[in-house]
Design a protein around this ligand. Structure first.
Ligand code: IVH
Length: 685
């Protein structure tokens, strides 16, 4: 295809994809199937790869992510990003209404909206294109999260209709509750730390460095505040501005009410107090705003917040009940968590029987006694917590709760590491939940990917005495497996103290599949085997860097601490943890067995020692036709080195589109050659 035809087709596809996106994510009325949508996206990406010069920054292809943000740069807000006065009492709302009436007069209309519980974002549009997305930051400047925000499908990259030439719109990025539960379930299965609530998950996700991972997560966004320079104001009220913004393609809630009396405002507050539990996302209150923009201007701002708006926050729901007992649970890392058993009580629509007690300090702070009457609260967190003890109702003879000294599973004496709140069972190699946890990590998707085994099957094999560590998996025979059957109880990660009961049985096919996938796993590359070992602090990325640096397990064993910390991404803590692991004879023995089973414990160097870039150091900056990461990989592959900032030792600045002028200046000053992507390909031939 010639470039003019490609340009036309790209424009066509972009427009259609934008329209279908709007139909699906804003109107919830898709006109085509997901498959058709994916096919169009694929065609667009293919064309853009073929003609990188035709990629527009607001192309729908940006939705799939790909670019890596090393550090989020900070930029000033065009309009300061203020917050709202908070109140928990109705009196304060009445005071607010009276204050407003006193300075404006009695004829006032208010808008009541939901107060979304997520992460505030400010979007800047120019000529209908999303140009920049910033976090709140300190209110005057925020972090640039544009690349990640572009992956949120309900945020339009290009607008339709009659929009102002340049404006900002503010909103809240949030994690829908269902997606949040799925995310945590997947993290639990991989032995990763769980997010405490959807807000934390949203905050963590929007600051991920890998935008394609953000694209895989299901973030969403509500917009609630339009800001333009006065000259381009076309409307008189906040309500109107939101209705207009909806027409341009923004996701604006329908749960907005125009209220002219105090009663109407309280009705809105009361209605949502209960109904909020049925929403598919979290809200933590109601926002009340003066509707007229002229009146808003008259009222103005204090240093921190507008005088024309206030937030009413719902109290976390709480209930009183009796403490029946305390269980101690051991997690995969050996950390022991106390869990309260409660007299069942109804709270925010569910029956609560257990509550987390966090750690020993928490129990001591509450001075908790058995049979105390305690207050349980369900805030943003899914797991209810105990917030208070009613001392007046305490039985004089009741005994105080004492934190266990021994592991409830293997009876080993617990230890407490300096500076940490948790007590640990140090018997890492012999404590059942810790062993099972390690094996579960070993088989997980991003590690050895042994799909036909799961938590239940691991538990069964362990209980039958067939496996005591990952190496034992490779000794399993058909005879071992066939016919095994058991009812398994596993702790429910999302509901501490509760158990999930399921029946596990190994029929002919299951046994065969397990052996087959174990055999398959022997091809898994070295870096994933390293990750699978479960060395503390060695995640997927570190494992990869480590494998690329040492190339084999034997080399890793003989690497000094200094060699390890010289590896990208490996600091003192990780290096110490690696050495600790690799010096332990128990681990060495297991590695020997895994080696004998045929797992990959070395890899070939991808680096050409006498490659064309041998000894040359590069700084890569800007946007390219391929991801920056893949260019950096190429540099290393051909013998070069990546460095993060320009210095006299830099040999080349590989410059893409949108590179900051400061960098260019600096390179010129230092006399460093600036090369384009094309020049780079010529260099490596
Ligand atoms: S309007 C000048 N409307 O709550 C401030 N904020 O504590 C304009 N929020 O900073 C904000 N839902 O992050 C507004 N419907 C809504 C909101 C909302 C959630 C957040 C926002 C704000 C914070 C105030």
């Amino acid at each position: 295809m010639d470039i003019e035809l490609a340009r036309k087709r790209i424009a066509e596809l972009s427009e259609q994809l934008n329209q279908h996106n709007y139909q699906y994510y804003i109107l919830a009325q898709p006109l085509i199937s997901d498959y058709e949508y994916d096919m169009m996206m694929e065609e667009l990406i293919k064309l853009e790869n073929q003609f990188p010069e035709l990629i527009l920054t607001d192309s729908p292809s940006q939705r799939v992510g790909g670019d890596i943000t090393k550090s989020f740069q900070s930029y000033p807000h065009r309009f300061p990003m203020l917050s709202l006065g908070n109140s928990y009492s109705r009196e304060e709302i009445t005071d607010f209404i009276n204050r407003v009436k006193k300075s404006i007069g009695n004829e006032i209309e208010f808008v009541c909206e939901l107060k979304y519980d997520g992460v505030a974002v400010s979007l800047h549009y120019e000529n209908g294109s999303l140009k920049q997305a910033l976090t709140r930051g300190d209110g005057t400047k925020g972090d640039d999260i544009t690349t990640n925000v572009k992956t949120i499908r309900s945020i339009p990259l290009r607008l339709q209709g009659d929009f102002p030439e340049s404006f900002d719109i503010r909103g809240e990025i949030y994690y829908p509750r269902k997606s949040f539960e799925k995310l945590n379930a997947a993290r639990a299965a991989e032995g990763l730390q769980l997010f405490a609530n959807p807000r934390n998950a949203a905050a963590g996700t929007i600051k991920l460095q890998d935008s394609s991972e953000v694209a895989r997560r299901n973030l969403d966004c509500w917009l609630y505040y339009l800001m333009t320079d006065e000259g381009s104001l076309k409307f008189n009220t906040h309500y109107e501005s939101l209705q207009e913004a909806r027409k341009w393609g923004f996701r604006i809630s329908n749960n907005i009410a125009l209220c002219s009396t105090e009663n109407e405002i309280f009705e809105f507050i009361d209605d949502w107090e209960n109904a909020r539990h049925e929403l598919p996302f979290d809200i933590d209150g109601i926002v009340i705003k003066v509707n007229s923009l002229v009146q808003q201007k008259q009222l103005g701002f204090t240093a921190k917040s507008p005088r024309w708006a206030i937030a009413y926050k719902y109290k976390a729901e709480e209930a009183k009940t009796s403490l029946l007992g305390v269980d101690f649970q051991v997690g995969r890392t050996g950390a022991v968590t106390p869990v309260a058993n409660l007299e069942p009580v109804l709270l925010a629509g569910t029956t609560v029987k257990r509550a987390s007690l966090h750690n020993a300090d928490f129990i001591a702070q509450l001075d908790l006694h058995y049979h105390d009457i305690v207050t349980v609260e369900k805030g943003g967190e899914i797991i209810p917590k105990i917030t208070a003890v009613d001392l007046k109702l305490r039985d004089k003879n009741s005994q105080s709760v004492v934190f266990t000294e021994f592991c409830p599973e293997c009876k080993t004496k617990l230890i407490r590491k300096e500076g940490e709140a948790a007590w640990y069972c140090p018997n890492n190699e012999g404590c059942p939940p810790q062993i099972k946890g390690k094996i579960e990590h070993f088989i997980s998707r991003k590690a050895m990917n042994i799909e036909s085994l799961g938590e239940g099957k691991i538990a069964l094999l362990f209980d039958q005495g067939l496996i005591k560590n990952a190496a034992d998996l490779y000794k399993l025979t058909y005879e071992d497996l066939y016919g095994l059957e058991k009812t398994i109880e596993t702790p429910d990660e999302n509901n501490p103290g509760n158990t999930i009961i399921r029946k596990v049985s190994f029929k002919e096919k299951t046994a065969e599949n397990i052996l087959k996938s174990l055999e398959e796993s022997k091809k898994v590359p070295f870096h994933r085997v390293l990750f699978a070992l479960g060395i503390r602090f060695v995640g997927e990325t570190v494992a990869k860097k480590l494998a690329d640096a040492v190339l084999s397990i034997d080399q890793l064993r003989s690497s000094s601490y200094e060699t390890l910390i010289a590896v990208d991404e490996i600091g003192e803590k990780i290096a110490a943890s690696i050495q600790n692991y690799i010096e332990d004879p128990v681990h060495l023995d297991m590695i020997e067995q895994l080696k004998r089973a045929g797992l990959q414990f070395n890899q070939e160097s991808k680096i050409q020692m006498d490659g064309p870039l041998n000894g040359k150091s590069f700084v890569v900056s800007g946007v390219f036709s391929v991801s920056r990461e893949s260019l950096k990989e190429k540099i290393e592959q051909y013998g070069g080195k990546n460095i993060s900032s320009l210095s006299t030792k830099t040999d080349y600045l590989l410059a893409g589109e949108n590179m900051g002028p400061a960098k260019k200046e600096k390179a010129k000053k230092l006399g460093i050659p600036i090369i384009s992507e094309e020049d780079f390909y010529q260099l490596i031939g």
